[in-house]
Unconditional design. Structure first.
Lengths: 109, 115
C-alpha cells in the first residue's frame, strides 16, 4: 500500500518567494511521478523521475530524486499566482501509482 | 477521444440508492484506473484494469463497490446502497500501458453527493 509521506501539508507564500515540497519513503522507489491539481480541477501529470540523483527542470520547477531513491522534492523558484494548487507525488507499487497526501500551495499576490 | 471523459460530472443521490459512474478513457490506452478523492484529501486507489487481464480490485472499500470494463474501453463504477461516506470525487485515469513508465491522464471526475 501507500508508503510515501509528503510534507508540508500546506504552504502559504508571498508571490515571488520560493516553494519546496518533499516526498519521503521508507523503501527504495522504482520511480516517482509528480502531479499538480488546480483548485476544482483534476490532477495533471508533470514529470517522472527514474534514476538515482536525477534532476529535471521545467521552467521554474525543479524536480529531484534522491541518491538512495527514497525521497524526492519539487522546488518552485519565484512563485506566481498560477502556481496555486496541490502538488502530489506518486510512487509505483503493485502495478499502480499510490499518491501522497499532497502539499497545498497558496500564493498571495 | 482527446482526453478521459467522465459522466456525469455531478451526481446527487439519496442514501441507499445505487449509482453508476462512467469513464471513457483515451483511445488506445490499455490501462484504466479509478481513484476516489474526498474533500481536501489525497487520492485513494480503488481499482485497476489492464487489457483483458483480471482487474486489481484491492482498493475497493466494500462489496458495495464494483466496476467493469467492457471491450477494453469504457468502464463503469457502480456503488450499491450508497452511504453518506461515499460522498467524494471519483476520478478515472488512463495510461498508455501498464507499468511505471507512463503518466496518468485523469478525467475531470464525478462529484458524488449522498444525501
Amino acid at each position: 500500500g501507500q508508503q510515501v509521506m509528503q510534507i508540508p501539508q500546506y504552504q502559504h507564500v508571498q508571490e515571488g518567494e520560493d516553494f519546496t515540497t518533499y516526498c519521503n519513503s521508507s523503501t527504495t522507489l522504482s520511480n516517482i511521478q509528480w502531479y499538480k491539481q488546480r483548485p476544482g480541477g483534476h490532477p495533471v501529470f508533470l514529470i517522472q523521475l527514474v534514476k538515482s540523483g536525477e534532476v529535471k527542470k521545467q521552467k521554474r520547477l525543479t524536480f529531484q530524486f534522491g541518491e538512495a531513491k527514497k525521497n524526492s522534492s519539487l522546488h518552485i523558484t519565484a512563485t506566481q499566482t498560477t502556481d496555486v494548487g496541490t502538488y502530489f507525488c506518486a510512487e509505483f507499487n503493485f502495478n499502480k501509482f499510490y499518491f501522497g497526501s499532497g502539499t497545498k500551495l497558496n500564493v498571495k499576490p | 477521444g482527446a482526453g478521459v471523459s467522465q459522466s456525469p460530472s455531478n451526481k446527487v443521490t439519496e442514501k441507499g440508492k445505487d449509482v453508476e459512474l462512467r469513464c471513457d478513457p483515451i483511445s488506445g490506452h490499455t490501462a484504466l484506473y479509478w481513484y476516489r478523492q474526498s474533500l481536501g484529501q489525497g487520492l485513494e486507489f480503488l481499482i485497476y484494469f489492464q487489457g483483458n487481464s483480471a482487474p486489481d480490485k484491492s482498493g475497493l472499500p466494500s462489496d458495495r463497490f464494483s466496476a467493469e470494463r467492457t471491450g477494453g474501453s469504457v468502464s463503469t463504477l457502480t456503488i450499491q446502497r450508497t452511504q453518506q461516506e461515499d460522498s467524494a470525487v471519483y476520478l478515472c485515469a488512463s495510461s498508455l500501458a501498464r507499468g511505471s513508465n507512463y503518466g496518468y491522464t485523469f478525467g475531470s471526475g464525478t462529484r458524488l453527493t449522498v444525501v
